[in-house]
Design a protein around this ligand. Structure first.
Ligand code: FE
Length: 202
């Protein structure tokens, strides 16, 4: 991590956006997407411990949670071949790719007992931002698009996403199961040690 200022700036700007327009999803997307895009356009700020893949499954590391839990910022790390189950979010989310690339498959909400077929598929590359929400489409699968190395994306959600009750789906039957994702880290990264930037004085 050489430039923690980038993350501090992002959090400050995003908090100001939520202060002003937190109830307006459209405005959060319109004004928030350039902030997420700017954050992931430089790969010089994420501490390596929060970009570490695991051979077991993808990882989700909480980087920041708003004091009132109006938004959270998470790094997702995908090892080669790793993917999520089919899942929803129940809140707005923006996903910016920092490293590598992701493949997303979108699904409509299941109708009972019917198999779920993906209605679209797209690739999200470095610096690009994808969006989800119950309004614009909330169910998808995300996978590492790269077979030979990890990918890392930065997600911003309209809640403390690790504590939200949401759903995973069996695409063969459309059956859903509730889940709460939690996080893989027990401690947060410290982006706020500015002592190196300041003269010690007398
Ligand atoms: Fe997702």
């Amino acid at each position: 991590m050489t430039n923690p200022q980038r993350f501090r700036d992002f959090v400050a700007r995003f908090a100001a956006l939520v202060d002003a327009h937190g109830a307006d999803e459209h405005r959060i997307f319109t004004d928030g997407e350039p902030l997420v895009a700017a954050l992931v356009s430089h790969d010089d700020w994420l501490p390596e411990a929060f970009a570490a893949p695991s051979p077991e499954s993808y990882r989700q590391y909480l980087l920041y949670c708003d004091p009132r839990e109006r938004f959270s910022v998470v790094s997702f790390v995908w090892g080669p071949g790793q993917r999520t189950p089919v899942h929803d979010h129940t809140v707005w989310g923006m996903i910016g790719v920092l490293r590598g690339a992701e493949l997303c498959e979108e699904y409509d909400a299941p109708s009972s007992g019917r198999p779920m077929a993906p209605r679209g598929r797209h690739r999200v590359g470095p610096g690009e931002v994808d969006k989800v929400s119950p309004t614009i489409g909330d169910i998808h699968v995300v996978a590492n698009a790269l077979a030979d190395r990890p990918s890392v994306s930065i997600h911003v959600y309209g809640a403390n996403i690790g504590a939200v009750r949401r759903h995973v789906f069996d695409p063969a039957t459309g059956a859903s199961r509730r889940f709460v994702s939690g996080y893989h880290n027990a401690v947060l990264p410290n982006f706020w040690d500015r002592s190196g930037e300041l003269p010690a004085g007398e």
